[in-house]
Design a protein around this ligand. Structure first.
Ligand code: ADP
Ligand code: MG
Length: 393
């Protein structure tokens, strides 16, 4: 089933109409200013397309985790100057939903308004139909371009899409659905997944979903330590999820040759004693030391496997990449994706930290998903409420 997309709507459905667009402007802020505008830039293709076709654009987003009421530090007003700069146009700011209806009707064709943080209204996170109706009154049709919020059934992502029609996917949303969806549905083989990060707990379902589909799953990060503990190795003071060891045993038993664990690790007594780091094989982590990265032998092994792949999906860093030199394994895998991509492989990266780890490589990878939790749930094969509520093509 494909989702109806913005590009499918005829010109007359847009011209002069109020487009209510759910975007993901959940951006990092410091002292009231946006420190990374990537998420705002990612929404520009949809906003620009609408403006150029004479629509009046009304934007909805959440920001941070306010506790069910207005909090200045989570006000989207802080985003207005950045948005105005990127659009090269003024942006109306709407704080009152009832009064906002008239304001949206006064907007000239091609103009843009931004509504205050959707989570300032208590009904947002409970998917309240009454709040959704107040949102719906701000538009003549609905566009969801917030893939990163699509795994949550909230008033601005789910209930509103059931009230306001047409309800379609924006270009960013469409791109996510295409790459993540097609990658999984019909991968060119060999199809390799690389999984890492801190925990297996949040990713068990992803491993379960990928196991029957992938030719190989390369495991790195602290996640590998839980698997090694399940095999009976002592992982020192490494991050191990004791309560997931049985689960890890079960996966290993079923995975056969598909799960590939690291040959060895870079270990150190602690993160701030990196100078003492050394490489050990995975069954020889010294007592009191911890694993912080995959070792050189594993990097070579993983890169050789990736070089043969025609589809690669990657989630989760191979080590504590925020703290060099423990970023080397993650960088090696990133290079492996870039190299495979240069030979025609489809390369997809999902996850918040993983996306940060490949910053600057956007042009050399097929797709970097903007949705952390949402891309994981999508990979698990779960329906995303914010997508299910849109119309089918
Ligand atoms: P993503 O956000 O891409 O889904 P995760 O949040 O699952 O990724 O994992 C990222 C985190 O995992 C990073 O903060 C990284 O420092 C941590 N991590 C990776 N390897 C290790 C390790 N060996 N020990 C401790 N933390 C690790
Ligand atoms: Mg993360």
């Amino acid at each position: 089933m494909t989702t109806r997309a913005l590009g499918d709507l005829p010109g007359e459905a847009l011209d002069g109409k109020r487009a209510l667009v759910r975007v993901d402007f959940n951006v990092p802020l410091k002292d009231g200013a946006v420190t990374d505008d990537a998420r705002i830039r990612a929404a520009l293709p949809t906003i620009t397309y609408l403006r150029e076709r004479g629509a009046r654009v009304v934007l909805l987003s959440h920001l941070g985790r306010p506790k069910g009421g207005p909090e200045p530090k989570y006000s989207l007003r802080q985003v207005v100057p950045t948005l105005e700069r990127l659009l090269g146009a003024p942006v109306d700011f709407i704080t009152d939903l009832a009064a906002g209806v008239a304001a949206t009707k006064r907007l000239p064709r091609g103009a843009v308004a931004l509504v205050e943080n959707t989570r300032f209204w208590p009904g947002e996170e409970t998917n309240d139909p009454a709040l959704a109706a107040s949102f719906a009154a701000l538009g003549d049709f609905y566009v969801n371009d917030a893939f990163g919020s699509a795994h949550r059934a909230h008033a601005s992502t789910e209930a509103v899409a059931r009230l306001l029609k047409p309800a379609v996917a924006g270009f960013l949303m469409q791109k996510e659905l295409t790459y993540l969806g097609e990658t999984l549905a019909d991968p060119k083989r060999p199809f390799i997944a690389v999984l890492g990060g801190a925990k297996i707990s949040g990713k068990i379902d992803v491993i379960e979903a990928l196991l029957p589909r992938c030719d190989e799953i390369l495991i790195g990060g602290a996640m590998a330590c839980t698997f090694f503990t399940a095999l009976g190795f002592d992982m020192g003071t490494s991050l191990v999820e004791r309560d997931r060891i049985d689960m890890a045993k079960g996966l290993l038993a079923r995975a056969g040759k598909v799960l590939i664990l690291p040959r060895g690790a870079v270990v150190a007594p602690s993160l701030d004693r990196a100078a003492e780091r050394r490489e050990v094989s995975s069954d020889a982590v010294p007592k009191g030391w911890a694993v912080f990265d995959i070792d050189q032998a594993t990097r070579v092994d993983f890169r050789a496997r990736l070089a043969r792949a025609r589809t690669i999906i990657w989630n989760g860093p191979m080590g504590v990449f925020e703290t060099p030199p423990f970023d080397a394994g993650t960088r090696a895998v990133a290079e492996g994706l870039v190299q495979a991509g240069a030979k025609g492989a489809v390369t997809v990266v999902g996850g918040g930290d993983s996306a940060a780890a490949v910053a600057g490589l956007e042009d050399k990878l097929t797709h970097i998903s903007t949705g952390g939790g949402a891309s994981l749930e999508f990979l698990e094969g779960k329906p995303l409420p914010g997508v299910s509520a849109l119309e089918s093509a």
